[in-house]
Write a protein that binds this ligand. Structure first.
Ligand code: NAI
Length: 766
């Protein structure tokens, strides 16, 4: 991996500050510079930006340690310090004369061979390097991040004909492995890939909503989820990014694109939208947008009437019956008409850009999925419509059929277990993943599972390693998952070397299936509940003590039982964006699949933990009773869910390969862990914990039922009726956990919490 010791970011605005934070999240020092606005406080602009970053929501920094890696300065006093840096990222305002002036100064102070890149969204590389030396031009490239830089996975990299290939590769590698971005190579054309297609898409959707007389609610209901676009839809998305960005993007693209580009024909400043911007209605950051929450009308959600420009109460949108894209497009009336008015022109436009903005369909699909959060890229969408039907409909509407569509071949296929894409040449080409990228998606296309049931599957991921995949809704865990674990263990022991727990859903796991729990509670099937708890405990401990290494690879949410399978693994390789937590108390329960003992164990061995059981027990109690969820994998180490030795992978696409490597590294001489024994503080310790909870209650921070739940948790964590002189086995602790769990399940207040969580996704504070 490219070893960059320090990176300089110039321009501490929305993007520069966010990029600086992500460099810091990668564990690399960063120097963040901006102009001097106040001579008495020369670094004020950059420092203010870092202060905002520390409070940003969603968080910009992954850990407290990361925040400390950013040093601030200004371009008048500190520009020469770019000589300390391996990469200089320019993220100043989008004005070419300012960028030119900065590069001229940089030219004088930077070390030759230091990469310089611009985060420009619209200015071609060719224009940026005008007037610069050959040396500078060789070291220059465009690295286009998306907002917010921590969370948007895409980076478009544009190299010029004079750019040094090795330097471009080094920057790309750093962006990929260290910063976790998916690098898409774009050509030096206006708007590159994602904004070129994305702006066309937004503009056609907005135009069509006006033309067809749709409400913004209906437009978003049709143009959002049914197309695999974030559920904000189009108007909701524009509210989010800022309505004022639209005329700006429009102006820039209209100016730079050739006159015959199809975008020119649809580019339009709608008077209503221009008026909204003029009056400060720029979206969520302004006084409101296409939607607003009217605080004067009791937080009423309102939407703007596109015909009159007046706000009115938001209405329930049209319901979409179509199950797939062909039926959506075939729907009579406004629904089908609007769907086609968006997809027809947008997908045709994207298809016409293959070869111009990127080499292949794969790059365009990846850019739209990772830069605009589309679930499917434009070519995946055409495949869903059916390429022949799509071409036919374009023809019927008198629209030009792009050559790659006219080929009439699906854009993707699987041939001999290998996923392939269609090239401009009309041939299929293998999708080749970068070295170190392994996707279960590819393995699944090429093979059959070793084991499978309704909630889980087991896959051979090569080199003697298998992956346990959860497959239920939200990857929820139930008895079938535990059953599959039971079947997997002898199979792996006999024929394989190691097991990893991994999947490619939206989240690792939302935890135990609460819907099933409710069902059992409703019919008072207490025996069933206890069986489910015991079954989970057994399955997880069987994994822990299996004769082969087990590595959990969480990403996204790993909650409740999803967290406990992480805790029970020999080692963890986590994606940087892992939100791990024992959240059971929120629904009136306590961890029931071994989470209590595992947390005590972790804290007993945590670096710097004072001796004796009470500090570790108190820490476990605090973490679990407050349903703490980590805000990143790095934060999970700070919180205590992960150990210092657990690995973190920045790039989501590299998680499986890294987890596999970690598992294989444990194979030689592997011995399962010795089951721990516990000496816990007993009644004395419990009294202290209960007292703390009473304090929280007195201050209004805990509800009456919180106190009950916390009391039962304290009972388990302090060892129940045992005392400091007694030694408890892991099994004793599991029995305690099970006993208290079942008591809580029987309490109607727990039932009320679970029902509220299932119905609203929010905790009930009873
Ligand atoms: P911004 O307006 O939030 O921040 C620009 C910053 O640059 C300000 O803090 C300003 O004081 C500073 N600045 C201006 N001239 C400077 C100079 N000569 N030297 C040092 N600092 C200077 O702008 P934003 O949105 O962060 O955009 C920055 C760049 O990133 C632009 O090129 C923009 O096109 C691009 N971009 C913006 C995206 C977005 O969503 N906002 C997305 C991707 C790229």
């Amino acid at each position: 991996m490219a070893a960059f010791g320090k990176v300089c970011v110039i321009g501490a605005g929305t993007m520069g500050a966010g990029i600086a934070a992500q460099v810091a999240n990668a564990g690399v020092k960063v120097l963040l510079l901006d102009i001097v606005r106040d001579p008495a406080d020369r670094n004020g602009v950059a420092r203010g930006a870092v202060e905002r970053l520390s409070k940003a929501n969603p968080a910009a920094f992954m850990s407290k340690a990361a925040a400390k890696l950013v040093e601030v300065g200004n371009t008048e006093d500190d520009l020469a310090r770019v000589a300390e840096c391996d990469w200089v990222i320019e993220a100043i305002v989008e004005k070419i004369e300012l960028k030119h002036a900065l590069y001229e100064k940089l030219e004088a102070v930077r070390r030759s061979g230091t990469a310089v890149s611009s985060n420009t969204s619209t200015i071609p590389l060719e224009k940026l390097i005008e007037g610069r030396s050959a040396d500078f031009r060789r070291d220059f490239l465009i690295t286009h991040f998306f907002n917010p830089p921590r969370y948007m996975r895409l980076i478009e990299v544009v190299a010029g004909p004079e750019s040094d290939a090795a330097l471009v590769a080094a920057v790309s590698d750093f962006a990929d492995r260290a910063m976790g971005k998916s690098v898409v190579k774009a050509k030096d054309t206006p708007g590159f890939i994602a904004n070129r297609v994305g702006t066309f898409w937004l503009q056609s959707a907005i135009n069509a909503a006006f033309d067809l007389g749709l409400s913004v609610e209906d437009a978003d209901a049709i143009g959002g989820k049914p197309m695999g676009v974030p559920k904000t839809g189009i108007f909701g998305l524009v509210d989010l990014v800022g309505i004022d960005l639209m005329p700006y993007l429009k102006a820039s693209l209209s100016m730079t694109l050739p006159k015959d580009d199809p975008y020119q024909a649809i580019a339009k400043d709608h008077p209503l939208i221009m008026k909204m911007i003029h009056d400060g209605f720029t979206g969520r950051k302004g006084k409101g947008g296409f939607y607003r929450i009217n605080k004067e009308a009791g937080k009423q959600k309102e939407a703007i009437d596109l015909a009159t420009g007046e706000y009115r109460k938001a209405a329930r949108p049209v319901s979409i019956a179509a199950k797939d894209l062909p039926s959506l497009l075939a729907t009579k009336g406004k629904v089908g008409a609007y769907a086609w008015a968006i997809l027809g022109p947008t997908l045709a436009y994207a298809a016409g850009l293959v070869g111009e903005v990127a080499d292949d369909v794969l790059a365009i699909d990846t850019a739209m999925k990772l830069g605009y959060n589309w679930k499917f890229g434009p070519f995946e969408l055409i495949d869903r419509i059916g390429v022949v039907d799509f071409a036919k409909r374009l023809e019927e509407d008198g629209m030009a059929v792009p050559p790659i569509v006219a080929l009439g071949k699906p854009f993707y296929r699987v041939e001999g277990g290998q996923r392939q894409f269609l090239g401009l040449d009309g041939d299929y080409h293998a999708i080749v993943r970068p070295e170190g990228v392994l996707l279960l998606e590819d393995i699944k296309a090429a093979s059959k599972p070793l084991l499978k049931n309704g909630s889980a599957a087991l896959w051979d991921v090569g080199d003697g390693v298998v992956a346990l995949e959860f497959t239920g809704k939200m990857n929820a865990l139930d008895a079938s998952v535990m059953e599959l674990i039971g079947q997997a263990i002898p199979l792996v022991a006999a024929k394989y070397k190691a097991l990893i727990v991994y999947n490619e859903g939206s989240n690792f796991s939302a935890g135990a299936n609460l819907g099933l729990a409710i069902f059992a509670i409703n019919i008072a099937a207490w025996g069933e509940v206890e069986k489910l708890v015991a079954g989970g405990q057994q399955a997880y401990k069987a994994l822990k003590y299996a004769p082969f290494p087990v590595v959990s690879a969480p990403f996204g949410m790993a909650l409740g039982g999803g967290c406990e399978i992480v805790l029970n693994a020999d080692a963890v390789q986590a994606h940087a964006e892992s939100y791990i937590g024992l959240v059971e108390c929120g629904v009136g329960l306590i961890p029931g699949w071994g989470g209590c003992g595992e947390m005590i164990e972790r804290f007993l061995h945590a670096p710097g933990m004072p001796r004796g059981p009470m500090p570790a027990v108190a820490k476990a109690f605090e973490t679990i009773s407050t349903a703490t969820v980590s805000k990143s994998a790095a934060n999970a180490k700070e919180v205590g869910y992960l150990r210092p030795s657990d690995g973190i992978t920045m790039n989501r696409d590299r998680l499986l390969a890294d987890a596999k490597a970690k598992a294989l590294s444990l194979v030689e001489g592997y011995k399962p862990p010795e089951p721990p024994t516990f000496r816990l503080p007993g009644a004395g310790g419990r009294a202290a914990l209960d007292l703390a909870v009473q304090g929280f209650r007195a201050r209004g921070l805990a509800t009456p039922y919180d106190e009950v739940v916390a009391g039962r948790l304290a009972h388990v964590l302090t060892g129940g009726d045992a005392d400091l002189v007694d030694t408890l086995s892991e099994q004793d602790l599991l029995a305690l956990e099970r006993g208290q769990f079942v008591e809580l399940v029987r309490d109607p207040r727990t039932m009320a919490r679970i029902e509220t969580m299932l119905a609203t996704g929010k905790p009930l504070r009873n």
